[in-house]
Ligand binder design. Structure first.
Ligand code: HAM
Length: 419
């Protein structure tokens, strides 16, 4: 058997401590930030009927090239989720919770993309979706939540870009103008973009091929096609961001890679790294999606933040690095191990992070293990302590001070020392 088969598949990775802890803490902080704003967690399946994701747009890379789809044993055509908005809106349409429905989520997504730094085939997101109102200040609320989350992680080099993609009708006019523009210079477009143009001219704007860059730069701008209504919405969004002192720039070329967006679209870009993959989050409004997925017409807005890329940004800025100690108390037992077994159980129940040595090794070997564990205090049980119902506490930090105490006051003594 080929040895390579036992490695994690391309574009996936194993996340071990301390990175695993950072991932978990990132989710904890996110849930705290959005919890303060009344968002409750929704957990949707990791796979759906493929039709759910086809609503992301026939011409999007996500649908055309990147879907992990398969037939199950019952002959259903399913796909691993490439993102969670479609699933969450499908769940909304299925369960019809009261509106406004404000939900948050986390978990892995799957896209068959070209793997590179910050771009994986399995990656994690945290995000929110808010359904049930067209209020432009809700767009501001969700953007502010993402902003406050980055702030709480300690990130300061994040840039917010916003745009309006107009209402559905505005989009049709804009797409006509785009088609005319690109068709005029068809020969100059990359072959790939020529094909994309036939399906959806908007998606040509996503192309990052060098050959297309001049034509994209000279393409018409969505801002010029906004209806009065969409313009008003967009100006209120900007006013709201100003009121919250959230800095942003208007990027009229921002179209996002998914088709469901109308009106507000936004992206968070990490300025701390120069990698191509520096979008750490993005979102927008998707007012027609609930209806497309079998629900009542319901406006919605949300975002998703890429956890993996956000942690790369934290690394680049040198923030969100300090972790809690894994072990606070280490039990050393040279009397056979039974004392350690019950002491660790007792200390863990009292809330101390407690570990111990194994294999009944020498005092010296166990103390070495205690040091290596990073624990702050060693609790030592030797023959003498066992006979007198005492334990010896040894400081493992600055000093090597030690005291012998009655075993029955161990918890209150440790509490005084550690809390
Ligand atoms: P998205 O822009 O496709 O939007 O993804 C959001 C974020 O997920 C990106 O900014 C990026 O940080 C991260 N991400 C995407 N693909 C990868 C990848 N292959 N590897 C690592 N990170 C990645 C959405 O997914 C929409 N559902 C956002 C949304 C929510 N819109 C409305 N509500």
């Amino acid at each position: 058997m080929n040895e390579l088969n036992f490695r994690a598949p391309k574009g996936t990775r194993d996340i071990l401590w301390p990175d695993s802890e950072r991932h978990q803490r990132l989710v904890d902080i996110f849930s705290a930030v959005v919890g303060e704003a009344g968002y409750t967690q929704v957990i949707t399946p990791m796979f759906e009927h493929i039709e759910v994701f086809q609503r992301l747009g026939d011409a999007t890379d996500v649908v055309r090239k990147e879907m992990y789809d398969f037939q199950d044993k019952g002959g259903r055509h399913l796909a691993l989720r490439p993102e969670q908005t479609a699933s969450v809106v499908r769940a909304f349409a299925e369960h019809r919770p009261n509106i406004p429905w404000k939900a948050w989520y986390t978990g892995p997504n799957f896209r068959y993309e070209r793997a590179q730094k910050g771009r994986f085939r399995q990656f994690s997101q945290v995000g929110v979706e808010a359904l049930g109102t067209e209020d432009p200040y809700l767009d501001v609320e969700v953007m502010a939540l993402a902003w406050r989350f980055y702030e709480r992680l300690g990130l300061s080099q994040i840039k917010l870009e916003v745009n309006s993609l107009g209402n559905k009708d505005d989009r049709v006019h804009f797409m006509d103008a785009l088609s005319q523009h690109f068709e005029k210079y068809l020969k100059d477009l990359s072959e790939e973009s020529q094909k994309t143009l036939e399906v959806n001219p908007l998606r040509v704007l996503d192309s990052n091929r060098e050959q297309d860059s001049d034509l994209i730069a000279s393409a018409p701008s969505m801002i010029d096609f906004l209806s009065e209504d969409a313009k008003k919405h967009f100006s209120l969004v900007q006013e709201g961001l100003d009121a919250l002192d959230i800095p942003f720039i208007v990027n009229s070329k921002l179209v996002r890679g998914l088709d469901y967006y109308v009106r507000t679209a936004f992206e968070f870009v990490a300025e701390s790294f120069d990698a191509a993959q520096n979008a750490v989050g993005g979102g927008g409004r998707y007012d027609g999606l609930a209806e497309d997925l079998g629900g009542p017409p319901t406006p919605g807005v949300g975002f998703a933040i890429g956890s993996d890329r956000t942690l790369l940004a934290c690394e680049a800025e040198g923030v969100f690095q300090t972790l809690e100690p894994v072990t606070e108390v280490f039990v050393v037992d040279t009397t056979g191990g039974l004392a350690a077994l019950s002491l660790t159980d007792q200390l863990r129940s009292a809330g101390f992070k407690t570990d111990r040595a194994w294999d009944n090794r020498s005092m010296k070997a166990q103390m070495k293990a205690a040091d290596k564990s990073g624990a702050l205090i060693a609790v030592i049980v030797g023959e003498e302590e066992l006979a007198t119902d005492t334990v010896t506490l040894r400081d493992l930090r600055e000093s090597t001070d030690q005291i012998e105490i009655e075993k029955e006051i161990i918890i209150e003594t440790l509490r005084k020392r550690l809390r």
